[in-house]
Design a protein around this ligand. Structure first.
Ligand code: 8IG
Length: 278
């Protein structure tokens, strides 16, 4: 498996991650024939259908063909990079592959997709995920906007004395556009844990006490990198399960899978209608 893969440029600790992203973006431009992308989307679990709904796919590139990307650690994850022409004439870069921090390859590889998106020219980064919910009113299959985050990974994509302001990290302008499409969309503070284990009920109570509403294992580190690259960020979670200990009735795995399947066309359509307005 790993032996078949090309050497990963991130294996060299002296390599410049922004240079790797620039080379990756150049190859995406060459392979897709699209010189510049305007927006980028990372599609997490439950959101994959959106790639087909937002526009016309111009090119589909296996992520492993592009420097710095790895094959997906999660079976069933797409692992492709697509260039999609939107009805309004803009070009969207759709990242179907995400490297999670819990995979242990370091933060540089976690945020490579975001930095590559920025290097292709994208000024808006849409980050989606599947996550656990802390608000009792959120049933499985509820989409929520991310209003802010708490990063509990003890890691950062920023290296050295790089001080980046994270006020309004999750753009109010983009959240307003999402609300124009669906006024009933709720918002919440996303708490990124390292994982890959789910939280204990005590950890979920801690997350709630410190102001969290959503628990997950991605997105926060990516959002920080997106801001560093000057992009506007829209974050959306699909609540597939109530976080551990929130519901007195333990959810069955099949119920969670079912809720995700039912929600996928609904939230993908929602996302497509948001993208249309950007
Ligand atoms: I789907 O309950 C999904 N991803 N950390 N906690 C965390 N990540 C998740 C959860 C959850 N559900």
């Amino acid at each position: 498996m790993a032996s078949e893969d090309a050497p990963n440029p991130f294996d060299d600790p002296a390599a410049d991650p922004f240079e790797i992203a620039r080379v990756a973006a150049e190859l995406i431009a060459r392979r897709s024939g699209v010189e510049r992308h305007d927006i980028a989307l990372t599609l997490g679990s439950g959101w994959g259908r959106a790639a087909d709904l937002i526009g016309e796919t111009v090119a589909t590139i296996p992520a492993t063909d592009i420097p710095g990307f790895s094959r997906s650690a999660v079976p069933g994850h797409v692992g492709t990079i697509r260039s999609v022409l939107l009805p309004n004439g803009k070009h969207a870069l759709v990242l179907g592959a995400r490297t999670h921090y819990y995979e242990g390859h370091g933060v540089r590889r976690v945020v490579h997709g975001v930095r590559t998106a920025a290097a292709t020219g994208a000024s808006v980064m849409i980050l989606t995920n599947g996550a656990g919910g802390i608000k009792e009113t959120w049933g499985p299959g509820t989409p929520a906007l991310i209003s802010d985050h708490i990063n509990l990974t003890a890691a950062s994509p920023l290296e050295g004395a790089t001080f980046i302001d994270l006020t309004d990290l999750y753009s109010q302008r983009l959240r307003d556009i999402a609300h124009e499409v669906d006024a009933s969309l709720d918002e919440g503070v996303y708490v990124q844990f390292r994982g890959p284990h789910y939280e204990t009920p005590a950890e979920v109570q801690m997350a709630k006490t410190i102001g969290g509403h959503i628990v997950g294992m991605s997105t926060a580190l990516e959002a920080i990198a997106a801001r560093q690259s000057g992009m506007e960020v829209l974050g959306m979670s699909l609540i597939t399960n109530l976080a551990a200990g929130i519901s007195p009735i333990p959810l069955s795995h099949s119920e969670v899978i079912e809720a995700g399947k039912t929600a996928e066309p609904v939230i993908s359509d929602l996302l497509a209608r948001i993208v249309e307005r950007l």
